[in-house]
Design a protein around this ligand. Structure first.
Ligand SMILES: [Zn+2]
Length: 523
């Protein structure tokens, strides 16, 4: 039986041990990347084709594993697999951990994920390529704080209680900083947004209010002297990144797309107007929207390079596990004329970059095609460090993939939640189901003065074949009742018995204002 929850009223990749001091490739200089980005001609739109290839590879692995009777396995089978499963557990005991999350960063807009329209991510490509890259990683909610809270806790939003931006962690919730602090780590978090959330477990905390340069400088200053030098450290840096209005791109979009004379620009009111005024974007507008977003990705790549380059020069990436991820992606007009993310249930916003690098410990250049979830990051890090996991985890360790990239069986389905509603998505092999049993039309962004908020239409049931339709343009639910029933059952099985910790929470006015300024409909 599906859980019944209230909803907002009225709306809504074999491991060879080599030198542990290997440093991996340094990011390409930003200036060179910028020049290359500007000079690169704009071909067609290859991203969809690349996504289709990724899903096709994923489907092929799933099919092979199914033939071998491994579908649904959570761990390698057989004695060999069990032996392999022990190899990396605890292998990073005492290592430092750096978690870099970048807001609103679509996987399919990075070169290492196949983006070829222009070189947007030389630095991140080098960092991700120095370790294991997960080709099909999914966020549990296309909203910043619920998604980041899942990464930090290993729980679905309903499990950690942060179902909306503005909700707080339960005080007793075990999270990555609390668990590592208990294991003797020094902990520091430096964020650019979500400044007023109830962050817990950090010895040092800084939040810049959208100023990524300051966030990077403060993080580097702390990492240079994180307290007792004999203690390992956990450093979390969250950049505003490619979040709208894409100001990390500066005026680069004008160079990427010269001659554009339309209304789009890196201003929130201009982007909002597309939605509130139901503007229809033509090919030139869409080209410029891509340029605006890509410019912000290029700017984010530079900032990530400053952080990682600074840490490397300071010797702080030795014996350091580096996790790179995003909280969610961005719609960019792909569905229902929506530009942003928090209302979306599609791959544009739920598929995120994810990579783990630990030179000398994890293989470089390895790819993992199976679906994984951001809730898997915490159990993976804990297993690598040999730190005991908390009693409840919704996610599961990905160490089996780190040990045998290309192996590991068919993997598992990936799920997302949607606020306090009963809307869920599930991706299994190349099928994707969006289940909206209450037929909600969530509010997305504030409407024009005196007008109700704009709503995001989600059908009762949406089924997509991601291998052939990565853009999720054709709802196949009507003709595929069996697939719909099987995927709906997966959702029921996953969530029916999970404890639900979210409670209605008043949102402080200061936080409400921060959310409004970011373009969210504050609950
Ligand atoms: Zn975000």
């Amino acid at each position: 039986m599906r859980r019944r929850l209230p909803h907002p009223s009225g709306q809504q990749a074999p491991v060879d041990r080599v030198s542990r001091r290997s440093e991996g490739p340094a990011p390409a200089p930003y200036a060179a990347a910028l020049d290359e980005a500007v000079a690169t001609p704009v071909p067609g739109a290859p991203a969809a084709a690349v996504a289709a290839l990724a899903m096709a590879a994923f489907a092929a692995v799933a099919a092979l594993a199914a033939v071998a009777g491994m579908a649904g396995c959570r761990a390698p089978s057989g004695a060999g697999g069990a032996a392999a499963a022990r190899r990396l557990a605890g292998a990073a005991r005492g290592w430092n951990v750096v978690v870099l999350t970048i807001d609103t960063l679509r996987a399919d807009r990075l070169g290492i994920y196949g983006y070829a329209r222009r070189p947007t991510s030389p630095g991140l490509d080098a960092q991700l390529g120095a370790g294991v890259v997960f080709d099909n990683a999914f966020a549990q909610r296309a909203a910043t704080w619920p998604s980041l809270a899942s990464l930090l806790s290993g729980l679905y939003p309903s499990g950690h209680g942060v179902e909306e931006n503005g909700n707080g962690f339960p005080d007793d919730l075990p999270t990555l900083p609390k668990l590592l602090k208990k294991a003797g780590y020094g902990t520091g978090a430096f964020l650019s947004n979500m400044c007023d959330a109830n962050h817990q477990g950090w010895d040092a905390f800084g939040c810049s209010g959208g100023k990524d340069g300051r966030t990077v400088r403060e993080a580097l200053a702390w990492a240079a002297a994180p307290g007792d030098a004999r203690r390992p450290f956990l450093l979390w840096v969250h950049l505003f990144g490619a979040h709208p209005p894409y100001y990390n791109g500066g005026d680069l979009a004008d160079r990427l797309d010269p001659g554009y004379e339309g209304s789009l620009g890196p201003k929130k009111w201009r982007l909002d107007a597309v939605m509130t005024q139901h503007q229809r974007l033509d090919a030139a507008d869409l080209r410029h929207l891509d340029a605006l977003y890509d410019a912000a990705v290029i700017g984010s790549d530079r900032l990530a390079g400053e952080l990682l380059g600074g840490l490397r020069r300071a010797g702080r990436l030795d014996h350091t596990l580096v996790v790179v991820a995003a909280d969610h992606g961005e719609e960019l007009y792909a569905h229902h004329g929506y530009l942003y993310h928090a209302c979306s249930v599609y791959q544009t916003t739920l598929r995120v970059p994810l990579g783990l690098a630990a030179p000398g410990l994890l293989p470089a250049g390895a790819r993992v095609p199976q679906a994984v979830e951001l809730i898997d990051v915490l159990p993976t890090v804990l297993e690598l460090l040999g730190v005991p996991p908390p009693p409840r985890l919704d996610g599961s360790s990905l160490v089996r993939y780190l040990e045998r990239p290309g192996g590991g069986g068919a993997g598992k389905p990936a799920f997302s939640e949607y606020g306090a509603s009963r809307i869920h998505t599930v991706v299994q092999h190349s099928w994707k189901l969006v289940d909206n049993p209450d037929r909600l039309e969530p509010a997305c962004i504030p409407g024009p003065p005196g007008q109700p908020p704009l709503r995001f239409p989600i059908a009762r049931t949406e089924l997509y074949d991601l291998a052939h339709d990565p853009g999720e343009t054709a709802n196949l639910a009507a003709g595929n009742a069996v697939e719909v029933a099987l995927l709906a059952r997966l959702i029921d099985q996953r969530f029916a018995h999970l404890p639900h910790r979210a409670q209605p929470q008043p949102i402080p006015e200061k936080l409400r204002k921060e959310l409004r300024d970011l373009g969210y409909v504050a609950p």
